[in-house]
Design a protein around this ligand. Structure first.
Ligand SMILES: [Zn+2]
Length: 58
């Protein structure tokens, strides 16, 4: 599965616990963050509703 992209200056550790996905991650396909949504919180899977692909947190 593909990893989400981290925003500049954000570490993977910091991003994992951040309450708001769009603040720390970017969709690697669309290069924007506003369509990212959690689909299952414990596993850390995230869906981009624009490209309809599933990503995982790095
Ligand atoms: Zn996307």
């Amino acid at each position: 599965m593909t990893n989400l992209k981290l925003k500049r200056y954000v570490t993977a550790e910091k991003a994992r616990n951040h309450p708001s996905l769009s603040v720390v991650y970017i969709c690697p396909e669309c290069n924007i963050s506003r369509y990212l949504q959690h689909i299952s919180r414990p596993s850390g899977k995230v869906k981009c509703t624009k490209c309809n692909k599933i990503y995982v947190k790095p």
